[in-house]
Design a binder for this molecule. Structure first.
Ligand SMILES: O=c1[nH]c(=O)c2nc[nH]c2[nH]1
Ligand SMILES: [Zn+2]
Length: 469
């Protein structure tokens, strides 16, 4: 790959409260796919001179058109690749009945490796073209199918964590692991398999990494959780993903299974599974003590609002978590969530925060606090990008644009020629970059995502698929 310079409008998250929006930026990406330098507010006449100052002679410049902008790629901190065939179905159920009637029957089909290969190929393509550059994938309990998922993700060039579900109790006979030992041995085999996949030599960490995936406490016996805790202890860099406190009936059932623990979060904590690189999906019904414990352990929360509305689970108090300094990212949670796009998670995160704000109407908002307030566009951008990167412990390499970070990015097109009639950048207000971002968040879809880059490499997007590149 040779160096390249992108020239045009750039959106860059800074904090939960602010982002940068500049119309004439130069972003230089070196041959390793990392950002070499960035200069903001460069007039046309100065482009060559600034490049020369940086030693960029005879380097290609890729200009963006009016109505296009570059932003960091989206981070999906929680999704189930194996549930994509069920998307949009079974929305009459709440969590436990939904698992039994919809999810476990579908996931059990991944014992068939041909089905797995066909399905995962289209799932990964769809996730990339939705603008997801970093993705935390759940597979199923099947080792072979999950190896295939990891291989497909690796070939596609997406950045991802791929996990095989651990499940040895409270699961149907056709979809359960026979023992803690079998579950651990398959998990170790998946970790070894993923670690030997060919990896991009320029990335700080391999693009595709394994992640421990105890499905949730209900599906794991205490010995299995203890063994997973030992495995986690042997590799502090190994990420962990699980579900927590999504639905009231789930919380009650969990506490009946683990009476020795004082809370749901305590079940994970007591086995060493609650730590700085643990991703906790949902966290809708955490108690005050659990919030404190999660904050203390520096674990991250994957906010999956589409799923939480869809499965009637509740509304997670994300503002309160942010006020406690807990890391929060967004998750699609397909197929609890009915969309593979983080844009849809952004829309529902906004609505979820408005529901909470409405419940506290009339209460004066505490200055600088997020609780009980609606999330701003700046906050939504942060959660979808840098917040997600923090949850994955990848904030030093992705999530925003800075020198030395990887170029994981989207070229967004809100022009007429994107073919999305909800976005008419040339005909209607707003015309400024902040306004374009807001319209993209709330009305955009994959038609507006022209190009998707990971580690500087073009891996998808509308323009790639329409030209067949
Ligand atoms: O939204 C969810 N999707 C799942 O597949 C699942 N498994 C346990 N808990 C879950 N929640
Ligand atoms: Zn889930």
């Amino acid at each position: 790959m040779s160096s390249v310079v992108y020239y045009g409008s750039v959106i860059n998250p800074v904090t939960l409260l602010s982002f940068k929006a500049h119309t004439s930026c130069l972003i230089a990406v070196g041959p390793t796919g990392t950002i070499d330098w960035i200069v903001e507010d460069v007039p046309d006449s100065m482009v060559q001179e600034i490049m020369a100052v940086h030693g960029y002679i005879d380097v290609d410049v890729v200009p963006l058109r009016s109505g296009e902008f570059i932003m960091p790629g989206l981070c999906d901190t929680h999704t189930h690749a194996s549930q994509m065939p069920n998307i949009g179905s079974g929305q009459q159920y709440e969590l436990l009945a939904w698992l039994e009637n919809m999810t476990f029957p579908m996931e059990s089909r991944f014992a068939d490796v041909d089905f797995a290969r066909r399905t995962y190929t289209s799932v990964v393509r769809r996730m990339i073209d939705s603008g997801t550059t970093t993705c935390c994938y759940y597979g199923t309990i099947h080792l072979e199918a999950t190896k295939i998922l990891a291989e497909i993700v690796n070939q596609s060039g997406q950045r991802a964590f791929v996990g095989k579900c651990n499940m040895n109790q409270n699961s149907p006979a056709h979809y359960i692991e026979p023992s803690p030992e079998a579950s651990i041995s398959a998990t170790k085999a998946l970790i070894s398999h993923i670690k030997q996949l060919p990896s991009n030599p320029h990335a700080t960490e391999p693009l595709v990494q394994p992640i421990l995936t105890p499905r949730f406490a209900i599906s794991c016996t205490s010995p299995l959780l203890a063994s997973l805790g030992e495995l986690a202890a042997s590799d502090p860099n190994l990420r962990i993903q699980t579900h927590i406190s999504e639905n009231p009936a789930e919380v009650t059932f969990t506490m009946s299974l683990f009476p020795e623990c004082s809370s749901y979060a305590g079940v994970y904590d007591s086995t060493g599974l609650l730590r700085t690189n643990t991703i906790l999906a949902h966290a809708v019904h955490l108690t005050e003590d659990e919030i404190e414990l999660v904050a203390k352990r520096k674990a991250g929360i994957s906010h999956c609002p589409t799923s939480n509305f869809n499965l009637n689970s509740g509304v997670a108090p994300i503002g309160a978590y942010l006020d406690r300094g807990i890391k929060v990212g967004l998750g699609t949670d397909v197929s609890g969530g009915y969309s593979p796009s983080i844009l849809n998670a952004i829309q529902n995160a906004s609505i979820a925060s408005k529901v909470i704000a409405m419940q506290h109407r009339g209460e004066p908002p505490a200055p600088g606090k997020f609780s009980n307030r609606q999330l701003s566009v700046a906050s939504l951008l942060y959660l979808a990008t840098l917040g997600g990167a923090e949850v994955c412990n990848l904030e030093n390499s992705v999530g925003s644009f800075a020198v030395g970070k990887s170029f994981d990015a989207l070229v967004v097109n809100v022009r007429n020629d994107a073919g999305n009639p909800a976005l008419w950048a040339e005909n209607s207000a707003p015309r400024n970059l902040e306004g374009m971002l807001e319209q993209f968040f709330f009305c955009g879809d994959d038609r507006n995502i022209s190009r998707v880059y990971v580690q500087g490499q073009l891996i998808g997007g509308r323009s790639v698929n329409s030209t067949g590149l």
